[in-house]
Design a protein around this ligand. Sequence first.
Ligand code: SF4
Length: 344
Amino acid sequence: MKERDFDFQRILAPLLSWYRANKRALPWRENPTPYQVWVSEIMLQQTRVEAVKEYYRRFLDALPTVEALAECEEEKLLKLWEGLGYYSRVRNMQKTAKILLSAYGGEFPNTKAELCALPGIGSYTAGAILSIAFGLPTPAVDGNVFRVASRLETNSSLISDPKYRKYLEETLSKVYPATGKDCADFTQSLFELGALICKPNPDCRLCPLTGLCRAYQKGVQREFPVLPEKKAKRQESVYVFMIETPFGFCIRRRESGVLKGMNEFPSTIVTGESPESVLSAWGITEFEEVRRKAFTHIFTHIRWNITCLWLKTESAPFDAYTLDELAESVSLPTAFKQCLEILR
Ligand code: SF4
């Protein structure tokens, strides 16, 4: 079922007035420069608004400009991102900041083609920067926008289909006002309706678009959007060793696999070996096991069944850090940070 004669132009006025009366006060809405829109949008990918607020403030305080981001030392950058996950996002941000500095004088270009050529910036993020910060008529289609739009016209295209994205971007771009604040507000009104009202379980009674919405009128809201089938996650068993030495806890950089390049408590994917044999390969033959704890950590495509072992030994086969250093200056992905619970 594909119904493509829906008149999206009719949603503009009611949606803008609803948005202006109901929008949330969010820190990135206070002063939407291209840099601030970019930082917030990258953070908001895969992370809830409430969780992002504090990260956003901290990041902007530490790195208020493209130049500051470009020049930030890696460990400090990863520490600022700690807990948000998907660290390739912040690494790409730094690459982009360096390009902006060298090729654009530290400013953001204002065309979609130039923005999409930068690391980590795709059609959605480019649309958000162009419409919200530059006031240009460029849609930003994310999951919220797919949900709202697919319900309005009862469009059963798969949201993972690039043709559907292209169609929706083209369709919405014709609805945008020519330039200015209305462009920024239209983009954000679609985000906001999807976030507050047209949720997976929609609260249609509060929606300004019930008179136009085909899914509402047919009572089929929950049939949209049409999502791709979820693939089962790969499962891995993992030992994580919290090796406590007189100098602190051992930390090393991951050389491969998920979280490559990030710090970790030394870990290994288990394929039948004992913890003792892994430790022996690192030169640890004498140790006292203090505690162990099993828990699960879920990544996008992998589920880690972790056994965390806290042990004490005299020698440090890897660099060691105190708990204060781990808290203040050494970044640790959440999968490993959870291991610290074992100390309590
Ligand atoms: S009427 Fe309901 S389903 Fe339709 S756009 Fe509004 S909240 Fe979404």
